[in-house]
Design a protein around this ligand. Structure first.
Ligand SMILES: Nc1ncnc2c1ncn2[C@@H]1O[C@H](COP(=O)(O)OP(=O)(O)O)[C@@H](O)[C@H]1O
Ligand SMILES: [Mg+2]
Length: 334
């Protein structure tokens, strides 16, 4: 079965909001360096009102994938269709108009708000750019947006430094919602926050999704949070999706050894312990520490064609050129 076929959600679902096919990003070599294939042939759909969680270690290409989907990063190939319309070949003016349908919620609420602008100015800006509301309705809409994220509308006169991290992230979310988007890329939206605030922001994103019928690409290295947020989960390793399925499928019956390794790492916040686990890992997996080959088994996929999707259950698959021969002998939980 080809990847796109495999990746289509089960039948009887409405048209996907987002369709990504074979999306690739190559960062050319800088002087003295090597080119980085940050994203390689990514394919998936996101249905209306649903969340796809994108997980993987730092450096696996998650942010680059999110930016390439939003056309903030040039792709080297592949297709991105939002609401049925191809973005990768769109002219600048048309793309600008499409931007109101797709927004970005970034990781760091400290750096993503301009310190000299009041919260009211921050929230007015996208409304002005997209001419989303007439000038005489601006204040009203800004107040509405603050209420939407459970902040006091009186806060519109204040500056970002007067806010806590959680409040700032609420403002960032309100700014993304200002233009009534259909789809948000949330890139590690709670990673910079303390655990209690994380839970509040996750709950907020969930309730907004329900109320506004939003679709999310939810990027995180924290698998516990992704489990809570995501309907479907894609596991990324060195630029590729190596496993994808419903959250239950991926978390309850992970098929790919890399997914198992990630899941095993969940309750281990201690980097020293994590390193020790990797050290004890079977030789096939030790390369995870370094810059080994292109696949989990240390074998290089480059130039060898694409890895095949192997369906484990309906809507659940793994990608590996050497499946199942190698995987059969691969370790389970370590
Ligand atoms: N602008 C860039 N130029 C060159 N290499 C980059 C650039 N941005 C990211 N990379 C590289 O691409 C890979 C994926 O990075 P990134 O998408 O940030 O991963 P993640 O978000 O999963 O941590 C990394 O090897 C990173 O060093
Ligand atoms: Mg990132």
């Amino acid at each position: 079965m080809s990847a796109p076929e495999m990746l289509r959600p089960p039948q009887d679902v409405p048209q996907p909001v987002l369709q990504v096919r074979d999306l690739s990003v190559l960062f050319p070599a800088r002087r003295g360096g090597v080119a980085v294939r940050a994203v390689e042939r990514l394919s998936f759909d996101i249905a209306p009102g649903q969340t796809l969680g994108l997980v993987g270690q730092s450096g696996s290409g998650k942010t680059t994938a999110g930016r390439a989907i939003l056309q903030l990063q040039k792709a080297d190939g592949g297709s991105v269709r939002l609401l049925g319309r191809e973005l990768t070949t769109m002219r600048a003016g048309e793309l600008r108009r499409m931007r109101r349908h797709m927004q970005f919620v970034q990781q760091n609420p400290y750096s993503s708000l301009h310190p000299r602008l009041t919260i009211g100015q921050v929230l007015s800006e996208p409304l002005q750019v997209h001419r989303a509301v007439p000038a005489n309705r601006m204040r009203e809409r800004v107040a509405e947006l603050l209420e939407l994220v459970n902040l006091d509308p009186a806060m519109m006169r204040r500056y970002p430094h007067e806010f806590s991290g959680g409040q700032r992230q609420r403002v960032v979310i309100a700014r993304a919602l200002a233009v009534n988007p259909d789809f948000l890329v949330c890139d590690e939206p709670v990673s910079a926050l303390d655990v209690r605030t994380q839970a509040q922001i996750v709950a907020l994103l969930q309730s907004l999704q329900e109320r506004l019928k939003l679709s999310y690409l939810f990027i995180a290295h924290d698998l516990a949070i992704v489990r809570e947020m995501a309907h479907r989960v894609a596991v990324m390793f060195r630029g590729r999706i190596v496993e994808m399925g419903t959250a239950d499928q991926v978390y309850e019956s992970p098929g790919h050894p890399y997914t198992r390794l990630l899941l095993d790492a969940v309750p281990v916040p201690d980097p020293a312990l994590q390193r020790e686990r990797l050290r004890r890992a079977p030789p096939d997996m030790r390369f995870l520490e370094g810059d080994g080959g292109g696949c989990i088994f240390g074998l290089d996929h480059a130039g060898a064609g694409t890895a095949e999707w192997h369906e484990l259950a309906e809507g659940h698959g793994v990608s590996c050129r050497y499946w199942p021969q190698k995987a059969a002998s691969a370790p389970g939980h370590i």
